[in-house]
Design a protein around this ligand. Structure first.
Ligand SMILES: NC(=O)c1ccc[n+]([C@@H]2O[C@H](COP(=O)([O-])OP(=O)(O)OC[C@H]3O[C@@H](n4cnc5c(N)ncnc54)[C@H](O)[C@@H]3O)[C@@H](O)[C@H]2O)c1
Length: 419
């Protein structure tokens, strides 16, 4: 892509790094900030704060004429095709984010573009909650149909921001106008990273999902470390070894929104960890909250199924596909709930025949639902011919099952997130 003329609003940690690094990969960049000190620093070829490697990039690109700085939108927007908004969105006392800087900067840009309407892209790089572009930014440009708004969240980390810009962990561009989305993705083309092009709200949410995930990872490692301490176990060795499993641990496994977990291991082992932690007088609130989080996922599923009218055919009784283990299956709890509500319900699981299960597995299901035998359908066609009005899928379906569910013509409520 040929060099683009980009104006970066906000020369803070994100904006200054973005402005300098975009200039370094060949774009013509103007940085705008209300803060005279930051503007003056950049003009004089200095980084306005400490960030490894930044000062050199600012200096060389100012000298090369690819990076300049100014204080107002009037000066900043003279030649630009794209505005990257990097203003602050600080936390408010109630946890919400403050959008004053965003409101103000969009109003300034809209006022300036209003004087000379032209084709223009406003890309929001600040972290804003999903819906903010639609609720705050788009309305500011409603009277300017040539202006397109995209979300382009930033993933750099302070302390390694320049390296993160050059080797981004993720490039996400979201928006409704494919040409605008492509243009913004194009400014990062030289970095050689395949951008993820998504919808506007999706881009905003991806940023929050990433940061929440990072925070959860840190707290998880810290709680495991806290547990290792009093047990005289080397926490680093435990976590390093955990990370060596790239099939189940450091991988996409278990990172798909779906139904609640269950089975004979996860609930049991989490309870044991939490019990032992409490015996050690150790607070591990994240690990303690996992069972409750799982319960809430089940409650949400129950509410979804409660809303269905008529007969309910549940597909999948075990806690996951390809097993006949019923111990602590959340589907059993779902069925108990539906039976308790007097709903007409039957269930079919491709791998469960009551006469074939025995021991703790059989005891568990008969104790939970004594008349399960009457509810179990031997196959999908019996479930449908019984008169199910809805099929509720609780497990990952095989390709054959997916086809049969579609062929049934019945509405499928997919609790597992695969359909
Ligand atoms: N700091 C990080 O590591 C990081 C990483 C990823 C994303 N983010 C997100 O990026 C955004 C910016 O973060 P930051 O740390 O760079 O903030 P910051 O406070 O360091 O910088 C914001 C800058 O915007 C300027 N500004 C405010 N209103 C302006 C206006 N109308 N015109 C021009 N400039 C204006 C401020 O003067 C300030 O210099 C936030 O939404 C933040 O959550 C931050």
């Amino acid at each position: 892509m040929p060099p683009t003329s980009v104006t970066v609003f906000g020369l803070g940690y994100v904006g200054c790094v973005t402005a300098a690094c975009l200039a370094e990969i060949g774009h013509i960049v103007t940085g705008v900030d209300r803060d005279e000190h930051k503007v003056q620093n950049v003009r004089e070829g200095r980084a306005p704060f400490y960030e490894p490697g930044l000062e050199d990039i600012v200096k060389s690109n100012v000298a090369a004429g690819r990076l300049r700085a100014c204080r107002t939108a009037v000066e900043g927007l003279e030649q630009a095709d794209i505005a990257l908004i990097c203003v602050g969105t600080p936390s408010e006392p109630n946890g919400n984010i403050g959008l004053d800087q965003l409101r103000r900067v969009t109003a300034e840009i809209a006022a300036e573009l209003g004087k000379r309407p032209r084709s223009f892209i406003v890309a929001i790089r600040s972290t804003v909650f999903p819906g903010t572009c639609e609720e705050i930014v788009l309305p500011a440009f409603r009277h300017l149909p040539e202006v397109h708004v995209v979300s382009n969240p930033e993933f750099l980390r302070e302390g390694s921001a320049v390296r993160d810009f050059r080797e981004p962990p993720l490039t996400v561009v979201g928006g409704d106008n494919p040409s605008a989305v492509k243009t913004v993705a194009g400014i990062y083309e030289n970095l050689g990273v395949e951008p993820c092009l998504v919808a506007l709200r999706t881009a905003e949410m991806i940023k929050y999902a990433c940061n929440a995930f990072h925070a959860v990872k840190i707290s998880f490692a810290n709680e495991i470390g806290a547990l290792c301490g009093p047990l005289a176990i080397p926490a680093l060795e435990v976590m390093d070894t955990l990370c060596r499993d790239t099939k189940l641990n450091i991988s996409p496994a278990y990172l798909r929104p779906g139904f609640a977990f269950g089975g004979s291991c996860l609930p049991k082992d989490l309870r044991a960890v939490n019990y032992r932690a409490s015996r050690l007088d150790l607070k591990v609130p994240m690990l303690e909250s996992v069972m409750e989080s799982n319960h809430q996922q089940l409650v949400r599923a129950m509410r979804r199924v409660d809303e269905l009218q008529g007969r309910i055919g549940v597909v999948g009784l075990a806690f996951k596909e390809n097993t006949d283990d019923l111990r602590e299956s959340p589907v059993v709890t779902l069925l108990e709930h539906l039976i308790g509500k007097g709903r007409e319900v039957r269930v079919w699981d491709p791998h469960i025949r009551l006469e074939a299960i025995y021991g703790a597995n059989r005891d568990y299901i008969l104790k939970s639902i004594p008349h399960i035998g009457r509810l179990l359908a031997p196959n999908l066609s019996e479930l449908t011919s019984w008169g199910a009005d809805h099929l509720v899928l609780t497990q990952k379906p095989s390709e054959d099952l997916r086809r049969d569910l579609t062929a049934s013509g019945l509405p499928v409520v997919d609790l597992a997130g695969w359909f």
